[in-house]
Design a protein around this ligand. Structure first.
Ligand code: SF4
Ligand code: SF4
Ligand code: SF4
Length: 272
């Protein structure tokens, strides 16, 4: 029942958002957009319950390519953090502002960093690289994310303050250049740190929103201590170095969990 019930529930929640936004904003795009994303996520959950090996990667590609190619390149919506600042400054609650509110600011209170595990188009590419789990200890350079976060805010604020013309066109090109930069830094750092997710751990500005909200996440992996034999398998397969055997919210790297389910799949005692 769970195999069908949860995907149907997820699809229904997305449909409710789709219909509400369609009717309140009188724009049929929202019906299409949230129905498509809801269908993709529901399909992914259905495949996960069916123990399909590539379930997460299928959702990543379905959602990530849609956002990058269709929304970003064809519809010319800047869905990166600069796009969020841009729409926020113009006072328009649509596109990137809705995306950030749902996926990255309020959504993580419910589903943690599910965005990072199943939908991000940057990680969609990084996860193809060879270092699925880190081969070197984590570096203490996470502060870089605050620099990139501030840089994105200063960039958009400067555009507004200097009153440049054709800002829409600049935002489109900043989306292209921003993505090239993200992919470049992401791929280079994966090889330097021998860790596919090095970009997520050290550089990504979006984590400034994601980490505090996901601390309170309703959905999180928990360990049944009566079943756990402390074999350490979960730690070995975790791409984000989360101590998932500790059930407290303060567990090591707890706000880094991307809900990829690798620990759950590999636990020999079904303790997770
Ligand atoms: S941390 Fe940033 S780059 Fe990594 S998956 Fe999350 S949003 Fe994408
Ligand atoms: S893999 Fe399972 S049994 Fe082993 S330490 Fe982790 S939770 Fe415990
Ligand atoms: S392996 Fe487990 S603890 Fe690590 S990121 Fe994936 S779901 Fe989270």
């Amino acid at each position: 029942m769970k195999k069908y019930g949860l995907p149907i529930l997820i699809f229904a929640v997305f449909e409710a958002v789709a219909v509400t936004l369609w009717l309140t904003k009188d724009n049929i795009f929202y019906l299409f957009n949230f129905s498509y994303i809801g269908f993709s996520v529901a399909l992914g959950v259905f495949l996960i319950f069916g123990k399909h090996r590539h379930a997460r990667r299928i959702v990543q590609l379905l959602v990530g390519l849609y956002m990058l190619v269709y929304l970003g390149l064809i519809c010319r919506e800047n869905m990166q953090i600069e796009g969020f600042w841009y729409y926020l400054f113009t006072g328009v609650f649509e596109a990137a502002t809705i995306h950030y509110a749902v996926a990255k600011i309020f959504g993580p209170l419910l589903f943690g960093r599910g965005w990072c595990g199943y939908a991000c188009w940057t990680a969609m590419v990084l996860d193809f690289l060879p270092y699925k789990t880190p081969e070197k200890p984590r570096k203490k350079i996470g502060w870089i994310r605050y620099v990139t976060f501030a840089a994105s805010l200063i960039f958009v604020a400067a555009l507004f303050l200097s009153k440049v013309g054709n800002i829409e066109r600049i935002m489109f090109w900043s989306f292209i250049i921003g993505n090239v930069l993200y992919y470049g830094v992401g791929i280079a750092s994966a090889f330097i740190f021998k860790d596919n997710r090095a970009f997520c751990k050290y550089f990504c500005p979006v984590t400034v929103f994601l980490k505090p909200a996901s601390y309170f996440s309703l959905v999180r992996i928990k360990c049944d201590e009566s079943k756990c034999v402390k074999c350490g398998k979960c730690a070995k397969v975790c791409p984000m170095e989360v101590d998932v055997t500790d059930n407290s919210r303060k567990r090591k790297n707890g706000t880094e969990c991307i809900l990829c389910m690798e620990c759950v799949k590999n636990c020999p005692k079904d303790a997770l």
